[in-house]
Design a protein around this ligand. Structure first.
Ligand code: MOS
Length: 742
């Protein structure tokens, strides 16, 4: 089959799909070694206090046990914070480190690591570790914590915008006022793949580490820094990731403890955390919010105030942009935004799909729905009336913003015009029908990346970069970009990611990987093409002797003159002429700082939801979701659609199911299992219709703005607004469970 270009912009099934469905794709816990031993972490029974004694004798005497490590016999590591901040996703504060001392910071904290001959023996022996504690009373409720503005901002996230105009004054004088409190509760990511590390001890202090991570470079830097290891002797290889959603951005205690055990015992170690232990690390923080709008009699916003109090741990000030969206999504001159933290006795929260936006836009978009009823304006009309063509937080134009078109196409596909505005006015049999909508937005970010492109004599291309494919389709889009650049059939292109031996990439997060890694790969391919042409021109009697790059075409394994394709040199001839088995070229991508100074870059979405509520039973059934997304160039409609589907499903989970419940007395997660922490199942999710709105954007060479996160933003608000339309009940605390509707 001949190749059909361009691949970019067209649907292409995942190139890694066959490996995944056949089980050949290996994840962190599936790598092995002849001397592999298995580790299991024993959890703290208290949430706060000190260990007064640790008795590991029973664990040590258990079958198959090789060693038990704890703060009493750990491998020494530095006392100061700095080495532990060698983490691209570190936040202000003092990073957690297991076995530092006898202090307990949260329930389930690892107090000992059992190493045994089998996974089962390690798990069993971990239950035999006995500790006594000097326990203090924990607080896991952010509402009961004192609140403060973070003294040190977190790197890489925008600061809370300064107030503009007189929001309080404008609110006081507004003919229409809406003011309400909203609560987004704690959630845990719960990807299918458990957090896990396999360390292969290669002798002489050389480590090959397979770690579940959203970017191999980050945990490698961290591990080398905290254990003072020679970077030359450590390689991280993690080609596949079974979902992550942000939980695998920071290095976790599994990699720290597995490496510690490997260095101490000088053998290979595997540590797989349990599903319950997935609740002993980063999470979406509980957040209390108040949104107040003042509007003129027609519904035009004259005042926006948004205040958020978000949970963090006692040892770090985790921060995410929760209120910022309220400063630019709608056009308003009087804005006051306030962002505070409250410390509780849990692990530090972490980024979870669209961190900040998911939480803040929920409150903002529910409040907009409340304003629509107060002003008696259609919710879509209200948003168009308050549409902003300028980012007033930073006083910049948008690089592109096709949100108007997203509203229009979404409403049309959904059939929004059939909505009767009154709550409880649409009924079918026993079911109240509700139509709700909300806006979503997320930052269009990019990060510095490097990449390499290698062409071999058999005409095959490899494109490589140390980024991760966390299930998003990175392998596929990089292959599409490479195939187009060199005019190859995509079957002749291989992508490589997830290896610290490959060119540098940051963590895969923030929806920046496609634009950044993709642009770096494109750049490497362009350099490779120039190099190939150079060699082609040098061949004796070359038909391309005088050809310039823009006069030739790369296709079918050859370089040909555009004007006369019969004048061509094959890639094989070029490599032969150059006396090489392979030619490679390095490339890179750097964010365009001038562009970012001039323009604000965001993706946008309009989400429409139909719910059906059986009031006798309090049951909410999602009937339909339409999500219209404006996110610049779509590289692959198939993988792109999957990203939006995933985001929408997670938003539905947030609206109706997901909630991490801490026992307030014990400070312990009470539903640390997928049996009790509810995520949507297939039967909970209706037809989801995804629309990509045409949008041209100039912020990077690909025109891509990123899709990993935008699908979740606004979805929960659209569900909550639809439930209000169906029932007349405004539920401002998620998830909207049966008890809140009866
Ligand atoms: Mo994303 S929350 O940056 O993985």
């Amino acid at each position: 089959m001949s190749n059909v270009h361009p691949y970019v912009g067209r649907a292409k099934s995942r190139v890694d799909g066959p490996l995944k469905v056949s089980g050949l794709a290996r994840y962190a816990a599936e790598f092995t070694a002849p001397d592999l031993a298995y580790a299991a972490a024993a959890p703290s029974a208290i949430a706060k206090g000190r260990i007064t004694s640790l008795d590991v004798s029973a664990a040590l005497a258990a079958p198959g046990v090789i060693e038990v490590l704890s703060h009493e016999n750990k491998l020494a590591f530095p006392e100061d914070d700095e080495p532990f901040k060698n983490d691209m996703v570190a936040v202000p504060g003092s990073p957690f480190r297991p076995f530092r001392d006898d202090r307990i910071h949260y329930s389930g904290q690892a107090i000992a690591l059992v190493v045994a001959d089998t996974h089962e023996n390690a798990r069993h022996a971990a239950t035999l570790v006995k500790a006594t504690y000097d326990a203090e009373t924990p607080n896991v409720d952010v509402a009961a914590a004192s609140h403060y503005q973070p003294p040190e901002p977190r790197d890489g996230i925008p600061p809370t915008p300064e107030p503009r105009g007189d929001a309080a004054g404008a609110f006081a004088g507004a003919p229409i006022k809406v003011s309400a409190d909203y609560r987004v509760v704690a959630e845990h990511h719960n990807p299918m793949e458990l957090q896990a590390t396999t360390v292969v001890w290669e002798g002489d202090g050389r480590l090959l580490v397979h770690n579940k991570t959203q970017g191999v470079v980050n945990p490698k830097n961290y591990i080398c820094s905290v254990f003072e290891l020679d970077a030359e002797k450590v390689r991280f290889v993690s080609p596949f990731v079974g979902g992550a959603f942000g939980m695998a951005l920071r290095p976790h205690y599994d990699v720290f403890l597995a490496v510690m055990a490997s260095l101490k015992l000088e053998r290979s170690i595997r540590l797989v955390l349990t599903r319950g232990q997935m609740f002993t690390m980063g999470w979406r923080p509980d957040c209390l919010q108040t949104v107040s709008f003042g509007a003129d009699a027609g519904g035009r916003l004259t005042s926006i105030q948004h205040h958020a109090i978000q949970a963090t741990s006692h040892y770090e000030d985790y921060q995410e942009p929760i209120v910022n969206w309220s400063g630019f999504l709608y056009d308003c001159d009087n804005v006051a935004l306030k962002y505070e933290l409250g410390k509780i006795d849990t692990p530090t929260p972490s980024d979870m799909r669209a961190p900040g936006a998911t939480t803040g836009v929920f409150a903002l978009e529910c409040a907009m729905d409340e304003l629509a009823y107060a002003a008696q304006v259609d919710p879509v009309e209200l948003r168009l009336m308050n549409y902003s063509d300028r980012d007033k937080n930073d006083d910049k134009p948008f690089s592109s913003k096709e949100l108007r078109e997203a509203y229009r196409l979404g409403a049309e596909r959904f059939g929004w015009s059939k909505r009767s505005p009154e709550p409880r006015s649409m009924l079918e049999g026993r079911e109240l029908i509700g139509y709700g909508m909300a806006t979503g937005c997320w930052e269009a970010m990019t990060m510095p990346h490097k990449a390499r492109a290698t062409l071999t004599a058999d005409g095959k291309l490899e494109v490589a970069c140390a980024t991760a494919d966390i299930g998003t389709g990175t392998y596929t889009i990089l292959a599409q970009i490479g195939a187009d650049a060199l005019g190859l059939d995509i079957a002749d292109v291989t992508s490589k990611v997830g290896d610290t031996a490959l060119p540098m990439a940051p963590v895969e997060g923030g929806s920046w990987a496609a634009a950044s890694a993709g642009s770096a790969v494109k750049d490497a391919c362009e350099t490779l093409k120039a190099e190939l042409l150079n060699h082609a021109r040098g061949i004796d009697g070359s038909p391309l002797a005088n050809a310039a790059l823009d006069h030739v075409v790369f296709a079918n394994g050859r370089i040909a003159l555009a004007a006369d394709p019969s004048k061509a040199v094959s890639f094989a001839e070029i490599l032969k002429g150059a006396g090489r088995d392979a030619l490679d070229a390095d490339g890179g991508y750097e964010p365009d700082k001038d562009f970012a100074k001039t323009y604000a870059g965001y993706t946008h979405a309009a989400c429409f939801v139909e719910v059906r509520v059986d009031e006798d039973l309090g049951v909410v059934r999602l009937a339909r979701v339409v999500s219209a997304v404006a996110a610049g160039k779509i590289l692959n409609p198939l993988t792109a659609r999957s990203q939006i589907l995933g985001g929408v499903v997670m938003g539905c989970g947030m609206a109706l199911h997901e909630e991490t419940l801490w026992d307030k007395t014990l400070g312990r997660v009470m539903n640390a299992s997928l049996g009790e922490y509810h995520v949507p199942a297939h039967a909970d999710i209706p037809d989801i219709d995804v629309i990509f709105v045409d949008e041209e954007d100039g912020s990077n060479p690909l025109g891509v703005k990123g899709l990993g996160e935008i699908g979740i933003v606004g979805t929960a608000a659209a569900v909550a607004n639809a439930i209000f339309h169906a029932t007349g009940k405004r539920v401002r605390e998620l998830p909207i469970t049966i008890d809140k509707l009866l």
